[in-house]
Ligand binder design. Structure first.
Ligand SMILES: [Zn+2]
Ligand SMILES: [Zn+2]
Length: 122
């Protein structure tokens, strides 16, 4: 259900399912907790509710849990918020763009790609 990318799977704690369920069900009561952090422009708290039609997209909402600092290791409840797919994707989009270059470098360091732009300082 939650969009955990394969390369990040090992970064989540063993009790992530419990934490995630508590945030979504107990704290957020099945509602998206985004209050505009995602930047999609909704006024006040997002109206999306788990299992119901999304107020904007109309597709069924599967509530996820997002990390405010984008670090899966940081599962402090203050760092987590329940988010519908739309808010979660929008919230992470900028971050993904920022880290795309780092990801490519990491892949290159792992031998996946030749190192074109590194090492010129030597
Ligand atoms: Zn939302
Ligand atoms: Zn939002």
């Amino acid at each position: 259900m939650s969009p955990i990318r394969p390369e990040n799977r090992g970064r989540y704690p063993g009790n992530w399912k419990t934490i995630s369920a508590w945030i979504r069900n107990s704290r957020a009561l099945g509602r998206c907790e985004c209050e505009g952090e995602c930047g999609t422009g909704h006024q006040g708290r997002c109206e999306a509710r788990n299992g119901q039609s999304h107020p904007v997209t109309g597709s069924k909402v599967g509530l996820t849990v997002a990390h405010r600092d984008h670090e899966p290791e940081n599962c402090d409840e203050a760092n987590l918020f329940a988010a519908c797919q739309r808010c979660h994707l929008a919230y992470d989009r900028d971050h993904h763009a920022q880290t795309a270059a780092q990801t490519r470098q990491a892949l290159a360091a792992g031998g996946m790609e030749p190192l074109f732009e590194m090492g010129s300082a030597s």
